[in-house]
Each structure stands twice: as structure tokens, then as C-alpha cells.
Design a protein around this ligand. Sequence first.
Ligand code: PLP
Length: 385
Amino acid sequence: MSDHSFATRAIHAGQEFDPTTGAIIPPIYQTSTFVQDGIGGFRGGYEYNRAGNPTRTSLETQLAALEGGVSALSFASGLASEDALLRALLRPGDHVLLGNDVYGGTHRLLSQVWGPWGIETSTVELSDLDAVRGGIRPETKIVWIETPSNPLLKIVDIAAVAELAHAAGATVVVDNTFASPALQQPLALGADVVVHSTTKYLGGHSDVLGGAVVFGDDRFVDAVKFQQFAVGAVSAPLDAWLTTRGVKTLAVRMRQHTENATAIAEWAAARPEFATVFYPGLATHPGHEVAARQMSGFGGMLSFGLAAGPGAARAFAEATELFQLAESLGGVESLIGYPPEMTHASVRGTELAVPENVVRLSVGIEEAGDLIADLEQALAKIAGR
Ligand SMILES: *Cc1c(COP(=O)(O)O)cnc(C)c1O
């Protein structure tokens, strides 16, 4: 499968037809346990659903193939996957270096769940390599990269940060949720491990929660697999199946997300109502050059700052009709959010806070003209504020 191109792997990896009936779609193995042919006689190695399930194996095979990894493990949520990875890699006294705009849930997990167990966390501007050098300590075990970041779409040079981290003996984890493997391949750029919230672009239809860890080599596989089995935050069979179905259309969806977001970014850049447009596809974006080098497309997420300030941003987020006001991202339908009071409410007033005039879009795959017309009517509605 690895000699096929990305779009082909997305459809075929781990998706062999059912040998007993010929069903082209592998079944949902909605079962908790597996009958043994005599004690220890496991058919296909399956014993109990927490330890393994064929539907989950299908998804894990598919995800590993997409990221170019040796294997993958799937979990009940993105944070559950991060938690299993951290539990496998960290010991008291270890330090984790995060970007200063890391996903809030990752920061909360490390500082509030792992902090009391002796894990140190600090944040740094990962797009500034001198700052990264200064932020790495002798006890730094993990450098955690997220690019593009949320919600300002900052770009981190994965290869350059990985080189610094590896020189210090640290493991490089990339949260590839925003780009998806269709647009960015962190393992090929030097990352050791990739994590995902498959809830977002991989699932792609806003109907399932999930997460995954994908491994560039064998070093951590058994340790994380043990955590998956021992703690049990696995993805349920139906959830795994829905995610595999979503993943099959990832390549074509990401192309359309990118095309639509590009059209909206160009439209917004020309409108005086927006003071700033944060989209890595724009030549004016500070991370544009790195993004153009390490991504094969700029993705479907974009943010802008309203020139008229926070009140206008808030009103704008409530004035769209096609863009639904909701948290989350990566589905086929367009969403809008006001980060200071939604996704980033818990970090308001901290070093992770985002500007108060910013609105975030998860641009879906509807007709771009309809989306722009919706944004135009929202501007008209709030005009004069
Ligand atoms: C949503 C998200 C997560 C957490 O995933 P869940 O599936 O919600 O647990 C982690 N990282 C990023 C970048 C996300 O957007």
C-alpha cells in the first residue's frame, strides 16, 4: 500500500473486503468479546474489545498509511490519545515544551492533570528558533509542536524545531489536527510521533469523537499500546468505522477546504472591515514561506480581526447564517466561533489569550460564493457598530 499515492491509500489501506461474505465495506464488529477455539485459540488475534477489535485495526492501519508511520493507535478522543502518549513517555521531573498557542486542552491536560504528578510544562514561541533553543532544558523530554496553530494559524518549521529538540535528546510530537496528513506529513519532516483529534478533519463530518497516535518508528509503540489496553480509552467500533469512512474522502475534502478558505482569505484581505487576516496561504502571513515549503496546501482554517474591535467581532460571529456558531472544526459544514468566549475562554487573561477582536472560521466545502455572500450579509448586519 505504501507505494500508492495518498488519495489511493486513504481509500484502500486497512479496508480489505470481508472474506466471508464479499461485503466491500469491512463490517462494524460491534462486539465486546471474541470466542476462542480452545483456551488461548484466538481467531485473528482478537480476545476482548479493550485489547483489540478488527474495526479499530482497520482505522489504525489506514491512519498509519496516511501519515507514513509504522503503526497507529486509535482512542476515544484526541485528548485520550495525548494522555496515553504522555503516560507512556513521561516520568516525574520531566519537562514538556509547548508552543505558546498550543490547543487549550493540551495545555490543560499537561498543567492541571499531569502537573500535580511532577511534570513540568512551559510555553515558548515555537516559530522563533532562538526562543526554542532557550526553552529546552536538560530535563526536556518532549517538544510538542502544533502547526498551523489555533486560532491565529501560526506556522512552526517542523524540521528546524525537530533538529533542535533531537540535539537535546527530546522526542518531537506534532499535533497534525489542523493540517491533516493530506496537507502535512510531520514524520517525513523529522517528527517522532504524530497525534490527532480525528474528531476534526479525519472524521470530517462532525459526527464522531476520536483521537490517534501515529508512530514514525517502533520505539514507543508497545508502551503506548500498553496504556491503551491498561487504561481503556479506546475508540468504540462504530466510532472507528465512521472515522474510516470519513478518512476515505480526506484528499478531496482538503482540496476543497483549501480552495474555499483561500477564496475567503483573499476576499477578506480586500475588505476594510477586517484589520488582519490570519491565513498561511496569504503572502503577507509571517509563516507563509515555511508553510509553502512544508505543506502541500494551506488548509481550511482562517481567522480575522475586526477593525471595529471586540464588540463587532462578537456581533459578526452571531450574524452569519450558513456559518453555524459552534466550537470544533474540520467538518464539511462551515463553522464560526468567537475564540475569547468559546474555544479560548479558559485562557482569557493568560499568556495563551488571543486578541479580543478575532473571529475564527472553519471553512467547509459548500460553494465558496455562498459562503462569501453569507459573510457579506453578516457585515451588512453589523455595519455602523
Ligand atoms: C480538538 C483538538 C484536540 C482535542 O481533541 P478531542 O478529540 O476534542 O479530544 C487536540 N488538538 C487540536 C489541535 C484540536 O483541535
